[in-house]
Design a protein around this ligand. Structure first.
Ligand SMILES: Cc1cc2nc3c(=O)[nH]c(=O)nc-3n(C[C@H](O)[C@H](O)[C@H](O)COP(=O)(O)O)c2cc1C
Length: 183
């Protein structure tokens, strides 16, 4: 296997991080990986909010919990509790991807978040993709949260990712070869 394939196969979701900060070189490489992602019709209608401050990350956690409580979604709350009440797992970098809504914006964001996950893995870092922060950017507090986290006007949350140095091990998920259908 070449190193790209090794990276693809080695990535897994890591839900505990050491407090070690990322270097400016690492952050710069990750910014580049995000911006290098392809978008439908090359619209590039997405923005990458790089959260490296502990205070901002703590605020994001609070906003998510406020959003979940406001939604009354008890299943979501139980899922959060089962993960130690943490959504971003104290990672030193959380990237929130927001986009101008369009036919392909979720696909574009999915491609970009995987670019970030693989770039991180290739640099000796780990990650977990995060859908749960959506709770902070929907419901009654949505507009305030979007303003607080610098979303441009009209942009909506798509997906987020925590990145850092792993403080746990987890094997990549198993998969079923029959999910690929050869014709
Ligand atoms: C779109 C998407 C949203 C996800 N949201 C979360 C999340 O909010 N919290 C979390 O801990 N993991 C989340 N995950 C991680 C998945 O649970 C994980 O990718 C899956 O269990 C497979 O495990 P692996 O990534 O280790 O292969 C998400 C993954 C994807 C692709």
């Amino acid at each position: 296997m070449n190193t790209v394939l090794e990276t693809v196969c080695a990535r897994s979701s890591i839900r505990a991080y050491t407090p070690e900060k990322l270097t400016e070189e690492e952050l710069s490489a990750l910014r580049k990986a995000a911006l290098a992602s392809p978008t439908a019709m090359n619209r590039q209608d997405q923005r990458f909010i790089f959260i490296t401050s502990d205070e901002k990350r703590a605020r994001l956690e609070e906003a998510i919990i406020e959003g979940v409580v406001a939604s009354g979604n008890t299943a979501f709350l139980e899922r959060m509790k089962s993960r130690g009440g943490k959504v971003t797992y104290d990672a030193p970098l959380v990237v929130v991807i927001c986009a101008k809504p369009g036919r392909f914006s979720p696909v574009d964001a999915g491609i970009a978040v995987e670019n970030l996950a693989l770039a991180a893995k290739s640099m000796g870092l780990d990650s977990v993709i995060l859908g749960m922060p959506a709770a902070a950017f929907s419901g009654p507090n949505a507009e305030a949260a979007k303003a607080e986290f610098a979303f441009p006007e009209g942009f909506e949350f798509e997906i987020a990712i925590s990145i850092g140095h792993r403080a746990m091990d987890k094997a990549p998920h198993e998969y079923d070869g029959s999910h690929v259908i050869d014709l």
